[in-house]
Design a protein around this ligand. Structure first.
Ligand code: CMP
Length: 288
């Protein structure tokens, strides 16, 4: 009798290279059981289910993940999952609709709880906070992600659906340039997978990395808001996937939902400050 060796997560890449999807699925499913809270593993599991031709299960995992992210306020991440799902099965537009509805329902409930908070604090004579508190309090990347996601939280369900249906998904390889400093910019990007680095040149022409952006972040908004050329070069670090939103789409959204423009302008200001700070620090470093 031939005994099959138990598939292990360490050999996952090898199984995939050999197109041995049975072992790959065994390995990833065991790992998901061990670490059910690791959402990257669930994403990987859905991808492998898709590769193995098990679309129904892959779609189910993607939909659960999208719901989970949306419930936590990670709208961009939820959109990323939905865009994967739509690539796997273009007939799944209802998932987009469901997500759009979920986001709107959540906006509504956030608005209501803000209103309750406002009333309660007003009657107690306390000033209420300006920014709505996120559903779950976390720091760093999560907070940045939610903040970027707020751009999408500005859209009502139909607008969101419209946007999702018309944005184009673009993939980049490691080192690829997504946009180049000094060139005109006609679109902005939402990073749905991977990471990019934002680079400019310092006073002596040496490269200066301004930021590394990851899933949920957006970039390319400065050229759209100011009408000026790109302020930095954005390069893919490893494989990355973006949703590209054209100037026309952004303008149409902003005309209908003023919050969109405010969010974009705030990001522009913050990034301009960060760039000046990075330049000054570099100059100080050179002088020291
Ligand atoms: P844009 O100027 O259109 O193209 C380059 C993009 O890089 C820019 O929009 C911002 O989205 C982004 N960017 C520029 N400077 C910074 C910074 N200091 N930190 C993060 N992102 C930046």
């Amino acid at each position: 009798m031939i005994l099959r060796r138990r598939a292990t997560i360490e050999r996952l890449d090898q199984y995939l290279a050999e197109k041995d999807y049975t072992s790959a699925l065994q390995a990833i499913t065991a790992e998901v059981k061990r670490k059910p809270e690791n959402f990257n593993l669930l994403l990987r599991q859905a991808e492998i289910l898709g590769m193995a031709g098990n679309r129904t299960q892959a779609v189910a995992v993607y939909r659960d993940l999208a719901r989970f992210f949306a419930r936590q306020g990670f709208y961009a991440r939820a959109l990323a999952v939905i865009s994967k799902l739509e690539r796997l099965d273009p007939d799944q537009q209802e998932a987009t609709r469901e997500l759009a509805d979920m986001i709107t329902a959540q906006q509504e409930s956030e608005r209501r709880s803000q209103e309750r908070l406002r009333q309660a604090t007003a009657s107690a004579g306390i000033e209420h906070p300006k920014e709505p508190a996120p559903a779950v309090q976390t720091a760093g990347q999560s907070e940045r992600e939610r903040s970027a996601s707020r751009l999408f939280a500005e859209f009502p369900a139909e607008a969101l659906e419209e946007l999702l249906a018309s944005t184009s998904v673009r993939s980049f390889g490691g080192g690829d340039t997504v946009c180049r400093e000094g060139e005109p910019g006609e679109s902005m990007f939402l990073l749905v997978e991977g990471a990019v680095e934002v680079v400019t040149s310092d006073a002596s022409g040496e490269p200066l990395v301004l930021a590394v952006l990851s899933t949920g972040d957006f970039f390319g908004e400065v050229a759209l808001v100011t009408g000026r050329p790109r302020t930095a070069t954005v390069r893919s670090q490893g494989t990355s996937v973006t949703l590209e939103i054209t100037r026309q789409q952004v303008e149409a959204m902003a005309a209908r939902h003023p919050g969109v423009r405010e969010t974009l302008e705030r990001f522009c200001r913050e990034r301009a400050h960060a760039t000046v700070e990075a330049m000054v620090n570099r100059m100080r470093g050179l002088r020291a």
